[in-house]
Write a protein that binds this ligand. Structure first.
Ligand SMILES: [Zn+2]
Length: 180
């Protein structure tokens, strides 16, 4: 029997609870038993639903981006993994990220959109106004440059750098990226 307390919990907690309980049953129940078969069906269904929701989200987001933007720049996650996360196992989010990039590239081919991938080295550290490398931990959510005084959300700063690198890759130079 699976028991998950749903009070004051979010749906993500419930899904992982059912999944963990089912995996526990599968590992302990007698092979071929009705209980084990039922648990296997639960795990299959959970994985199917996660995959379907991810596919729907990726389809909608890629459509939105390609319809609204003629130029889209992304960090090349594969390079990022090699450079920074080589000790970490590739996570499921990496797979979703690659699916998103593929979907955008595919849709961009039939639209007038251009998609480029840029080297992610220092995109978070670099000041998008003056180019100074500002060290940050993952918990530092704001970019604060002691050289030029720029204060900006960490992701916004990185996005400007990514866009500038993307534009440079197609031969467009920007004097000051922050004006973009
Ligand atoms: Zn600066």
């Amino acid at each position: 029997m699976i028991f998950c307390n749903g009070d004051n919990r979010n749906i993500g907690f419930l899904v992982s609870c059912f999944l963990n309980n089912s995996l526990d049953i599968i590992s302990k129940a007698v092979k071929g038993s009705p209980e084990r078969k039922k648990a296997i069906r639960v795990v299959q269904r959970v994985h199917e639903r996660i995959a379907n929701k991810r596919y729907d989200f990726i389809h909608q987001l890629s459509r939105l981006l390609v319809d609204d933007y003629s130029f889209i720049a992304f960090e090349d996650l594969n390079i990022k993994n090699m450079l920074q996360n080589h000790r970490l196992a590739k996570s499921i989010s990496d797979a979703a990220w690659n699916m998103l990039i593929s979907a955008i590239k595919y849709k961009a081919e039939s639209a007038s959109s251009l998609v480029v991938l840029v080297n992610p080295a220092n995109t978070s550290k670099m000041c998008s106004r003056c180019g100074l490398l500002v060290e940050k931990t993952l918990s530092d959510r704001t970019h604060k440059c002691n050289s030029c005084g720029l204060v900006l959300d960490r992701d916004h700063n990185a996005a400007i750098n990514i866009l500038r690198l993307g534009l440079q890759s197609v031969g467009i130079e920007t004097v000051e990226a922050h004006v973009l």
